[in-house]
Design a protein around this ligand. Structure first.
Ligand code: NAD
Length: 367
C-alpha cells in the first residue's frame, strides 16, 4: 500500500511527522513516500504543486496531507500561492466528496466553546462538495463594470455554478453515508436567493426519492450556521456545497473543542482519497511544537478505513487517541484546568505508547 506523504508548510511538517510515527507502529505493509507541496514546493522548485508531486499523488493508493500556506506568500500571483496546491490536487484527482466528521470526545466537552450539555455525545458528519461551486466556477477575474451600481468602476467577480451530475454524485454519497449512521440527511442551501442552490435543492429531492429509508430535510445556510451553535446534536449528516461547507465545517470544528481535533477525507468516485486535518498551516504557532497532531492522526485512521481497507487498524488508532485523552494529556488548544499540557511530539508519542500497550495486552490475552 503506497502512501504519498505531503507535509506542506507551517505546522504541516510537525503534525504529519506524528501521524507517520503512528502509521509505522501498525505493522502493516505501508510504503510511505514524501514529496514537497505548497510553499515548501514553491521554494524548492518554483511551483506549489510540482509535476513530480502530482504524479506521486496519482500513483499512490492514498495521500496523507498536512497543510499549506503562509502569509508571506500572499503577494504571489494566485496560481503560485501555496493554497493552489490543495485546490489542484482536488481537481486533478477528482476528489469531489469531502467527509468531515465532528465528534466531541467526552473528555473534551469542556474544551468546546459551547456549554458541555450542548456538545456532549456530539457525532455529526459534514459532507462538503469539493470540486465545484464558486471556488472553481469560470469565468472569474477583475474588469471594468459595464453595469451594476457603479458602471465604469473596477470590479471583481466569481461564478457560482453546479451541474446536475455534480449534485447527483454528492447526494448519493450523503445518502449512502447516512444509511450507515442515523439515516438523516440535512441538505444546506440558499435556495431562497440563489438559482444554483434552488437547483441543488431540486436535485437533492430527486435523488432522495431513491433512498426512502433516509429522512431528508433542507435548511438555509444562515439557519444552519445558527443551528450548529444552538443545537448541533439535531444533525446527523449535513451535505452542502463547496463554499458553505468550508465555512460550516470550521464552525463545527469548535464544537469538538478545537479545529486541531477535526480530521477529513476527500474521496474520488473509487474511494481513493486525500486525508488531511481540517485546519490550515497555522503560521501563528508553527515551529513552536505545540500544534495538536490528533486531527492528522485521526485523518490517517480515516485513510486506513476508506482507502486501504484496514478498518481494524483504523479502529486501533481511534481507540489509542481516546485512551490518550482519557489519560488527561492535552495540547494547549484543548487544555483545561486539571489536565496535563503536552506538545506535538509528546502527544504523538503518547498515541504510539497507547497503541503498543493495546497490542501487548491483546498478545497477553491471546497467549
Ligand atoms: P488555520 O486553520 O491555519 O488556523 C486557525 C487558528 O487555529 C489559528 O489560531 C491556529 O493556531 C489554530 N490551529 C489550527 N490548527 C491547529 C492545531 N493543529 N493545533 C492547535 N491550533 C491550531 O487557518 P488560518 O490561520 O486562517 O490560515 C493559515 C494558513 O493556512 C493560510 O495560508 C491559509 O490559506 C492556509 N490554509 C490551508 C488549508 C489547507 O492546507 N487545506 C486550509 C485552511 C487554511
Amino acid at each position: 500500500m503506497k502512501i504519498a506523504v505531503l507535509p506542506g508548510d507551517g505546522i504541516g511538517t510537525e503534525i504529519v511527522a506524528e501521524a507517520v510515527k503512528v502509521l509505522k507502529v501498525l505493522d502493516l505493509p505501508l510504503e510511505l513516500e514524501h514529496a514537497p507541496v505548497g510553499g515548501a514546493a514553491y521554494e524548492a522548485s518554483g511551483h506549489p504543486l510540482p509535476d513530480s508531486t502530482l504524479q506521486l499523488a496519482k500513483d499512490a493508493d492514498a495521500i496523507l496531507f498536512g497543510a499549506v500556506g503562509d502569509w508571506k506568500y500572499d503577494k504571489l500571483d494566485r496560481p503560485l500561492r501555496p493554497e493552489q496546491a490543495i485546490l489542484g490536487l482536488r481537481k486533478h484527482l477528482g476528489l469531489f466528496a469531502n467527509f468531515r466528521p465532528a465528534i466531541c470526545y467526552p473528555e473534551l466537552t469542556h474544551a468546546s466553546s459551547l456549554k458541555p450539555e450542548l456538545v456532549a455525545g456530539l457525532d455529526i458528519l459534514i459532507i462538503r462538495e469539493l470540486t465545484g461551486d464558486i471556488y472553481f466556477g469560470q469565468p472569474r477575474g477583475r474588469r471594468t463594470a459595464v453595469d451594476g451600481h457603479f458602471p465604469g468602476s473596477e470590479e471583481a467577480f466569481d461564478t457560482m455554478r453546479y451541474s446536475r451530475p455534480e449534485i447527483e454524485r454528492i447526494a448519493h454519497v450523503a445518502f449512502q453515508a447516512a444509511r450507515k449512521r442515523g439515516r438523516r440527511v440535512t441538505s444546506v442551501d440558499k435556495a431562497n436567493v440563489l438559482e444554483t442552490f434552488q437547483f441543488w435543492k431540486d436535485v437533492m429531492i430527486e435523488v432522495g426519492a431513491e433512498y426512502p429509508d433516509v429522512e431528508l430535510d433542507h435548511m438555509y445556510v444562515d439557519n444552519a450556521a445558527m443551528q450548529l451553535v444552538k443545537a448541533p446534536k439535531r444533525f446527523d449528516v449535513m451535505v452542502t456545497g463547496n463554499m458553505f461547507g468550508d465555512i460550516l465545517s470550521d464552525a463545527a470544528a469548535m464544537l469538538t473543542g478545537s479545529i486541531g481535533m477535526l480530521p477529513s477525507a476527500s474521496l474520488d468516485k473509487n474511494n481513493k482519497g486525500l486525508y488531511e486535518p481540517s485546519h490550515g498551516s497555522a503560521p501563528d504557532i508553527a515551529g513552536k511544537g505545540i500544534a495538536n497532531p490528533l486531527a492528522t492522526i485521526l485523518s490517517a485512521a480515516m485513510m486506513l478505513k476508506f482507502s486501504l481497507n484496514q478498518p481494524v487498524a483504523a479502529a486501533r488508532i481511534e481507540s489509542a487517541v481516546a485512551a490518550v485523552l482519557a489519560q488527561g494529556l492535552r495540547t494547549p488548544d484543548i487544555w483545561s484546568e486539571g489536565t496535563q499540557k503536552v506538545g506535538t511530539r509528546e502527544m504523538g508519542d503518547a498515541v504510539v505508547s497507547a497503541l503498543n500497550a493495546a497490542t501487548t495486552m491483546t498478545k497477553t490475552i491471546k497467549g
